[in-house]
Design a protein around this ligand. Sequence first.
Ligand code: ZN
Length: 310
Amino acid sequence: MIKDIKGLHHVTSMASDARQNNCFFTNTLGLRRVKQTVNFDDPSVYHLYYGDGTGSAGTVMTYFPFPNMMLGRPGVGEVGETQFSVPKGSLKFWQDRFTMQGVDGLELDTVFGANRLRFMGPDGDGLALIESSDDTRAPWVADGIPDDAAIRGFAGARFSLHDTTATEELLSFMGYQRAGKEGDVTRFVIPNGNGADTIDLAALPKTPFARPGAGSVHHIAFAVDNREKQLEVRKALMDTGYQVTPVIDRDYFWAIYFRTPGGVLFEVATNEPGFNRDEDTAHLGEALKLPSRYEDYRDEIQANLVPLAA
Ligand code: ZN
């Protein structure tokens, strides 16, 4: 069994409009844009990262905004809901804020005993705020959002699956422990995680498969401390029969990817070197950063991207 997974590292989704996406995550949700770069496989598209003050693992929501991309259709075989952790008692603030800003899909309920406010991102993204009384992570505090309401990072994620059996086995192998069942949703929790510790598996045998597009999660990344642990995790996964990519340098972390039986693309990413690798913490996310192989094409790349608000 793997013992080195620390919870989530980041969640990466797709969007149809970079400006709208940037505005929603920095303004409406009050996260910090910690990096402004391009898709390393397609530099005509931004890769935007939003998180806490430094982009700590377990806080970072990232987006590929493909201009005018068609909306995805939710279904099984994907991450159906990305969940952020907020202080207990703060959902009223968020509900009022979202109502005032015209955020869609607001729905209040409870999940495994915690208050939840579901809402949609600009492309119908399945998102939720979950109240927690014991999340000690320091938030990034943005204009108009009080410290006692600000997002602490991810709480976790809920997968929508046809059948949860194989994913349950995989999560157990990755060190997650079964922590309860509520209706058709089974909860898994990682012990000694970074705060982004829960994965909920929703069994939806009659739901059609998702059609990926804007608003869909592209992949979900799990955190390991360093490259050495990552190689151990890679070997353990491959020994169990998973087809895992070689280690890929993503400038701010190293990544390996593998497709899981339920259809969700998993990544395992290192906590090193981090987002202050190429800019000061005080100025994270302000300038367009490019991987070195694209530096020679900076003018051309930049001319192709819409400028973002600060
Ligand atoms: Zn990733």
